[in-house]
Design a protein around this ligand. Structure first.
Ligand code: MLT
Length: 405
C-alpha cells in the first residue's frame, strides 16, 4: 500500500489565502446585496502594458507559422530574456550576475517552494515573523518545520525572527545556528525595507556560518528610496551565500500571465556542490520552461516603452498605497509600509485580534483585508491591506473603514 507524506497531516487548516477566500465567498453568498471591496490577497488589477501585449500578440503570430513555431524551450528560459534580465536588473545596478545564473520560471511562489529540493531535511530554517506563508508551509511539507503548536501558532523546529514595531520590523540575526534564512524585502506583509547596512550584516553572517539566504525581492519595483538596494546581489559577498527570487507578477501585472526568475550564482557552493548546477538539474528534470509567448511578453517590459508603461502602473499602485496609509492614519490607526511597498500594515484598534478586526471590516465596511495573525504569531494585532485595487475602490474602502472606526 502506498504510504503518504505524513507532514501534510501536520499542516494546520488550509493555506492562508484559500481560507480567506473561503470566508469571503461564504459572506458574499449570504449577503448578495453588499458590494465587497477586496484589498486582501495581493493580486493586481491593472491591465498588462500595451508593449507587453503587443509582444505577446507577435509571438502568437510567430507560433502560427512553421518557421516561427516554438516547441519545448530551454528549461532555464530563453537567452533573449535571461540576457536582458542580467543586464538590466543586475549589471546596471552594479550586481555581478550573468545570464547563466538566471532561471526563468512560471512563478516565484513555486520557485520559493521548490528550492527546498536542494536542501536536506535536517537544515534549520529561519523565517521572519510575520512571514509569507509559502516559506513556512513548504518547509513543513518537507519535514523541516517539526510539529505545529496550535496554541502558539508556530512550528517547533522553525526559528522565528520577530519583526515588530519595537525593532522597526527588521529581523535580528538569530542567536542560535541556522542554515537557511528566508528574507523578503520590501517585506510581505509589513512593507518594511532593508538598508544596505542591514543586508550586509546578513550576508556577512551567512558567509561566516555557511548559511544560505533565500532572498525574495518580488516587490523591488515598489522601492522609491534610491538608497535602498533592490537585490541582495548589490551587497558585497552575496554571490557566495544567497539565492534570489524575482517575479513579474507585481512588477508588470503578470499574476495571471505567470513569469518569474530565480538567481543562483555559480559561486554558491555547499558541501562541495554547486547550487547553480543542482538547480539546473532540478529544473531540467521537473520543469519544461515558461511559455515562449509569455517570455516574449516579459522581455518587452525592458523596452523603453515597456519600462515607461510599467512605471506608470507602479505609480498608480503607490498612489493607492498613499491613500490607504494617510486615510487610515487620519482615522487614528497606527500604520506602516506603503512607501516602498504595495502593502500597508495597520495595527488593529483597541488591541482587537486580527481575525476579529478582519471580520468587523468584512461585515461592517464590506472591505476584505488579510488578518496579520495569518502570517505568524507576531502578526497578531495587525491587518494587511494591499494597494493593488482600483483607485476609486481603494478610496471608497478607506472611507468605509474610516466611517466604522
Ligand atoms: C500575497 O497576497 O501575499 C501574495 O499575493 C501572495 C503571492 O504572491 O503568492
Amino acid at each position: 500500500m502506498a504510504t503518504i507524506n505524513q507532514n501534510y497531516q501536520k499542516l494546520p487548516g488550509s493555506y492562508l489565502f484559500s481560507e480567506i477566500a473561503r470566508r469571503v465567498a461564504a459572506y458574499a453568498q449570504a449577503h448578495p446585496d453588499q458590494r465587497l471591496i477586496r484589498l486582501g490577497i495581493g493580486d493586481v488589477t491593472r491591465p498588462l502594458a500595451p508593449a507587453v501585449t503587443r509582444a505577446m500578440h507577435q509571438a502568437v503570430d510567430e507560433m502560427a507559422t512553421a518557421e516561427g513555431f516554438h516547441g519545448y524551450g530551454p528549461e532555464q528560459g530563453y537567452a533573449f530574456l535571461r540576457e536582458v534580465i542580467a543586464r538590466e536588473d543586475y549589471q546596471a545596478r552594479g550586481a555581478d550576475i550573468s545570464p547563466e545564473e538566471i532561471f526563468v520560471s512560471d512563478g516565484a511562489k513555486s520557485d520559493c517552494g521548490n528550492i527546498g529540493d536542494l536542501f536536506d531535511r535536517d537544515n534549520v530554517v529561519a523565517v521572519c515573523d510575520p512571514v509569507y506563508p509559502v516559506y513556512v508551509d513548504t518547509n513543513a511539507m518537507a519535514g523541516r518545520a517539526g510539529d505545529y503548536d496550535e496554541g502558539l501558532g508556530r512550528w517547533n523546529r522553525l526559528v522565528y525572527m520577530p519583526c515588530v514595531a519595537e525593532n522597526g520590523f527588521s529581523p535580528a540575526i538569530p542567536d542560535r545556528p541556522v542554515d537557511l534564512i528566508y528574507l523578503c524585502f520590501p517585506n510581505n506583509p509589513t512593507g518594511a525595507v532593508a538598508t544596505r547596512a542591514q543586508l550586509q550584516a546578513w550576508v556577512d553572517h551567512a558567509n561566516r556560518t555557511g548559511a544560505v539566504i533565500l532572498y525574495d525581492s518580488a516587490y523591488e519595483a515598489f522601492i522609491t528610496d534610491p538608497a535602498i538596494p533592490h537585490s541582495i546581489f548589490e551587497i558585497e559577498g552575496a554571490r557566495t551565500c544567497a539565492i534570489e527570487f524575482r517575479s513579474f507578477s507585481k512588477t508588470a501585472g503578470f499574476t495571471g500571465t505567470r513569469c518569474a526568475y530565480t538567481v543562483v550564482p555559480k559561486d554558491l557552493v555547499r558541501g562541495g556542490a554547486s547550487l547553480n548546477a543542482m538547480w539546473n538539474r532540478r529544473q531540467c528534470t521537473k520543469f519544461n520552461g515558461a511559455p515562449y509567448v509569455v517570455q516574449r511578453g516579459a522581455a518587452a517590459i525592458y523596452t523603453p516603452e515597456g519600462r515607461e508603461q510599467t512605471r506608470q502602473t507602479i505609480a498608480y499602485y503607490l498612489n493607492n498605497a498613499r491613500v490607504i496609509r494617510e486615510g487610515l492614519a487620519g482615522a487614528g490607526l497606527t500604520v506602516c509600509g506603503g512607501e516602498n511597498s504595495p502593502y500597508i500594515w495597520a495595527r488593529t484598534p483597541e488591541g482587537m485580534g486580527s481575525w476579529a478586526f478582519f471580520d468587523r471590516l468584512l461585515q461592517q465596511a464590506n472591505v476584505v483585508t488579510t488578518p496579520g495573525a495569518g502570517f505568524g504569531p507576531s502578526g497578531e494585532g495587525y491587518i494587511r491591506l494591499t494597494a493593488f485595487g482600483g483607485a476609486t475602490d481603494t478610496a471608497e474602502a478607506v472611507e468605509r473603514i474610516r466611517r466604522i472606526l
